[in-house]
Design a protein around this ligand. Structure first.
Ligand SMILES: N[C@@H](CCC(=O)N[C@@H](CS)C(=O)NCC(=O)O)C(=O)O
Length: 202
């Protein structure tokens, strides 16, 4: 059975959420978000950098949340949660799917590193401040994008919402989802109603 290496509130939320949405059976390998687990010899054999998520699908080990999501959609999705490949809608879907990790997670990672994760004497306040400004800019872009639609690609929930929903979970935890972004708040509330999201973030 598919094994998911997971730690609470990390990018592995995306994979658990997607499996729940698609009804893919999985076994959860829950780890502490701490070097004790992530940098253990056993886990470094699964992910050489000691990061989550990883999956082990009958011996196929994959890292990178976006790649894992695309693999699972291709293997189990039967066309669900994605617009038809090659259409303009698919192009927009790919944009938001990858924006979530390639663009938005950079500043969110810097906020986390320089506000909570690193020991206090290794935090650089200027990095956290610049990252916060950058994250606010992205939230503004999303707020405008969501002005006339329920989900990031339109009226249908897609896997791009799973990728992006995790970023917004971090924004919520970091106190960034202020009333300046009413459409993002409404969107995040809608995502939060999904049982699959609730299971992945429990
Ligand atoms: N691009 C990778 C990033 C993986 C990543 O950085 N995961 C974080 C948790 S959200 C992690 O495990 N950090 C532990 C560390 O850097 O030591 C992905 O999307 O899977």
């Amino acid at each position: 059975m598919l094994k998911i290496y997971h730690a609470q509130n990390t990018r592995s939320v995306r994979i658990v959420w997607l499996c729940e949405e698609l009804g893919i059976p999985y076994e959860l390998k829950t780890m502490k978000f701490a070097p004790e687990d992530l940098q253990s010899e056993a886990y470094l054999a699964i992910h050489p950098l000691g990061k989550v998520p990883s999956i082990d699908d009958d011996g196929l080990i994959l890292n990178e949340s976006g790649a894992i999501a695309q693999y699972l959609l291709a293997k189990h999705g039967k066309g669900q949660l994605e617009p038809k490949a090659g259409t303009p809608e698919h192009g927009k879907y790919l944009h938001w799917f990858h924006f979530a990790e390639a663009t938005f997670m950079g500043p969110l990672g810097n906020i986390a590193q320089h506000s909570f994760i690193r020991p206090e004497d290794q935090r650089i306040p200027q990095v956290a401040a610049e990252a916060t400004e950058s994250a606010k800019k992205m939230l503004g872009i999303l707020d405008r994008e969501l002005a006339d639609k329920d989900y990031i690609c339109g009226e249908e929930f897609t896997a791009a919402d799973v990728m992006l929903g995790y970023d917004l979970l971090l924004c919520k935890l970091f106190g960034l989802l202020t009333e300046d972004y009413p459409n993002v708040n409404a969107y995040f509330a809608l995502l939060g109603e999904r049982p699959a999201f609730q299971k992945a973030t429990a």
